[in-house]
Design a protein around this ligand. Structure first.
Ligand SMILES: NC(=O)c1ccc[n+]([C@@H]2O[C@H](COP(=O)([O-])OP(=O)(O)OC[C@H]3O[C@@H](n4cnc5c(N)ncnc54)[C@H](OP(=O)(O)O)[C@@H]3O)[C@@H](O)[C@H]2O)c1
Length: 271
């Protein structure tokens, strides 16, 4: 069902385009209710042509025509963009930022007013509608606005609502996570090649195995350890493979990867 709110997207890079595409495909928005802006003229032409929506140069024009404004720009551009929209954004808008490492406190400080803000952390599979998006509202965001925000991000993946205090850790887990999983898929496929399977077939086998296993966890709600035990029969092939992984300290390696990425997210937030 179409949203009654008008949506504006500032920044039409990878994430901005994913949102435009998701909103139009799911019919939550159309050319009348969705506007965008971008600093690059080729990008504006491309977005207008491909999606049939207005993609403007002036961010303020987008804000004047929107109820919900999504900032999908790089963190480094945030300060300049916020200073540019400070006079135009009102307390009646809902501002959503998906910039990594930029807190709602920072945004409020630059805007110098208490605009309701939702901070989002998406990830790379949002580009095909299979993302994971964490959302954290400031205290002045209503439940109704939060439902609308979830609807918007559900068009590009799965959403959770969580306190902003977890955002560095979420960046380290689901934000950086796709890269870890791509590495796992590549490594499994290399194992297949070592065992004699052609590379392209091995990649397909590995990727669908990861996809299917993830869906098993989400759809059965079983603990991953129980699902693992179901595959590993006594004296069978899987338990031999699992022993190799345990010897390679694979669990500790993944735990440390999330821990390190979380630490790095904290450092970047401070910089
Ligand atoms: N991609 C991911 O997987 C991912 C995951 C988690 C979080 N995020 C966050 O999502 C945000 C967007 O990421 P992205 O991957 O979509 O980045 P991106 O592809 O670089 O897109 C950002 C877009 O905003 C435009 N822009 C820059 N300054 C602007 C301005 N003053 N007014 C309007 N538009 C402006 C950029 O133009 P230029 O090319 O000229 O800069 C670019 O087209 C980032 O803050 C990132 O931290 C992304």
């Amino acid at each position: 069902m179409a949203l009654k709110d008008k949506i504006g997207i500032i920044g039409t890079g990878k994430m901005g385009e994913a949102l435009i595409s998701g909103l139009i495909k799911s019919k939550l928005a159309d050319e009348n209710s969705l506007k965008a802006s971008d600093a690059v003229s080729q990008r504006r032409e491309y977005i207008s042509r491909k999606y049939g929506i207005s993609c403007l140069l002036d961010n303020r024009q987008v804000i004047e025509n929107s109820d919900i404004v999504i900032l999908a720009i790089q963190p480094r551009d945030m300060k300049v963009v916020l200073e540019g929209i400070r006079e135009t954004i009102t307390l009646n808008h809902i501002l959503i930022s998906i910039a990594a490492g930029i807190s709602t406190e920072y945004i409020s400080k630059i805007l110098q007013k208490n605009v309701p803000i939702i901070r989002g952390m998406p990830n790379n599979p949002c580009m095909i509608g299979e993302g994971m998006i964490a959302l954290a509202p400031t205290h002045n965001v209503t439940k109704e606005s939060m439902d609308v925000a979830r609807g918007i991000f559900n068009s590009i993946g799965r959403t959770i609502v969580i306190d902003e205090m977890y955002f560095d850790a979420i960046t380290g887990l689901s934000g950086s996570g796709p890269a870890y999983v791509y590495l796992v898929i590549e490594a499994l496929a290399d194992g297949g090649v070592k065992a004699g399977i052609p590379k392209d077939v091995a990649i397909e086998l590995a990727a669908q195995t990861v996809l299917g296993s993830a869906r098993m966890v989400l759809e059965t709600h079983e603990h991953p350890a129980k699902l693992k035990d179901m595959v590993a029969t006594p004296g069978g092939t899987t338990i031999s493979g699992l022993m190799e992984l345990e010897e390679g300290k694979i669990r500790a390696a993944f735990m440390r990867a999330v821990e390190k990425a979380t630490q790095r997210a904290k450092e970047l937030t401070r910089e």
